[in-house]
Write a protein that binds this ligand. Structure first.
Ligand code: NAD
Length: 425
């Protein structure tokens, strides 16, 4: 697990309200009836647990943890588990709803969920994290399951934690159940192509949008904020397809080269440099990292954290296209300003859905007991991402709305239709 504390966010919006404001607009366009609106706005299940863990020094510490299942009318709920000191119920609720919409946008048969443990994994030993992960899994044994609710990694968790969760769930079930989590190590049933899947989806969404904007990728410039899993893979794949990446950034700053950055070199450098670009000599360090967002580029890919494009800086953004690799990088209050400027935004619930798509493939492979090749995974996920983009684009024209609201319309319509067939009590 490599995770570096992000910089503080200055005007952070309540994530649940931010999600709801878009949901309400889309629901109005759809003419969603009040009953369905009420069903979809409320999470199905919210579990709060307190987990006592024996720390290495013998003391017992209690950790508050959550699992929220927003909706499961389309299938078992799917969503990551976040280990972070700032995790709270509102955030987990918003992220769970986001997962419902994301799965529906890319048309995979999952509902949405999210989990979290309020802890600081950077200050815990591996043994403490393992005990906490196993206790969390056991406490939620009745919630998790390959047919009910399938966790995945999120902030502060990775393959290691997924292996512990799968193992603990399997022990409690007295058999190996590898389909209970995704994002596992390959040897335990993890899928080929999962690591780069989100960045790959960002690349496919970017190319689809550039085509609509009639911008030739070979003549386009790109700025990428965040150089972790999503940002570095998106940058590399976009560079391979001819775009010029002129600025990249991470927690240590933004690095600019007007002639284009050698992304391959930057990735190797970052890997050898404890995961950061500090002192990278293939570009010049910018005085103010946040200026990356305001550069006159064709494409801006925010792939680090939420709420980086806000009311404060939205009117200074010069990119023609924003492709949201991160979850929630644009605050709801900035949406209108961005739209008025004519900037096209491929929203997070579409742009970064490549990850959950390949997670779905992992689950399918686990259930089949058969492993797909990387080539098959990539071809199928590219097709899903292209189709999803085309569907959202068509919807944006039909309703005369932004791609973000169109993505919500597609998602809400799908879940609402499924609900109308399944019905309530
Ligand atoms: P990561 O931890 O691998 O990388 C995060 C990157 O952001 C790091 O390079 C870090 O240095 C950088 N960063 C942190 N603070 C920064 C700042 N203030 N300015 C610039 N860079 C900063 O995380 P990730 O998996 O790449 O996730 C990034 C975003 O994408 C998150 O919002 C996450 O929720 C979202 N996302 C990830 C996936 C996935 O499959 N990994 C899927 C969907 C969405």
């Amino acid at each position: 697990m490599e995770y570096i504390e992000p910089a503080p966010i200055t005007d952070k919006e309540n994530p649940f309200e931010s999600m709801m404001s878009r949901f309400i607009i889309a629901a109005k366009h759809l003419g969603l009836n009040e009953e369905t609106f009420n069903v979809l706005k409320s999470p199905d299940k919210q579990v709060i647990i307190n987990i006592p863990i024996t720390m290495d020094n013998g003391s017992i510490k209690v950790f508050e943890a959550y699992r929220v299942i927003h909706n499961n009318v389309l299938g078992p709920s799917k969503g990551g588990v976040r280990f972070d000191p700032h995790v709270n119920l509102d955030e987990v609720k918003a992220l769970a709803a986001w997962m419902t919409w994301k799965c529906a946008v890319v048309d995979i048969p999952f509902g949405g969920a999210k989990g979290g443990i309020c802890c600081n994994p950077r200050e815990m030993s591996s043994g403490e994290i393992e005990r906490l992960t196993r206790a969390y899994t056991t406490s939620l044994f009745d919630v998790f399951g390959p047919d009910t609710d399938i966790p995945a990694p999120d902030m502060g968790t990775g393959q290691r934690e997924m292996a512990w969760m799968m193992d603990q769930y399997s022990r409690n079930s007295s058999m190996t159940v590898n389909g209970v989590v995704t994002g596992k190590p390959a040897v335990l049933g993890g899928s080929e192509g999962r690591v780069e899947a989100t960045g790959r989806g960002v690349m496919v969404s970017t190319l689809s949008a550039l085509e609509k904007l009639k911008i030739n990728p070979y003549n386009s410039t790109v700025a990428v904020q965040g150089f972790g899993n999503v940002g570095s893979n998106a940058a590399q794949l976009l560079a391979e397809r001819g775009t010029k990446i002129i600025v990249i950034s991470d927690i240590t700053g933004a690095y600019y080269n007007k002639d284009g950055i050698d992304i391959e070199k930057a990735i190797i450098y970052s890997k050898d440099n404890k995961g950061t670009l500090e002192n990278f000599d293939g570009a010049e360090k910018m005085d103010h990292a946040d200026d990356l967002l305001m550069l006159p580029v064709d494409v801006l890919v925010p792939a680090a954290l939420e709420d980086v494009i806000t009311m404060k800086n939205a009117d200074k953004i010069q990119a023609r296209l924003i492709v949201e690799g991160a979850n929630g990088p644009t605050s709801a209050k900035a949406d209108d300003i961005i739209a008025e400027k004519g900037i096209v935004v491929v929203p997070d619930i579409l742009a970064n859905a490549g990850g959950v798509t390949v997670s779905y493939f992992e689950w399918v492979q686990n259930r089949l007991g058969y492993k797909w090749t990387r080539d098959r995974v990539n071809r199928r996920s590219d097709r899903i991402m292209r189709d999803a983009f085309a569907n959202v684009y068509k919807t944006s024209i039909k309703y005369d709305v932004t791609l973000r609201i169109a993505a919500y319309i597609v998602a809400i319509d799908k879940v609402a239709k499924a609900y109308s067939y399944r019905g309530g009590f």
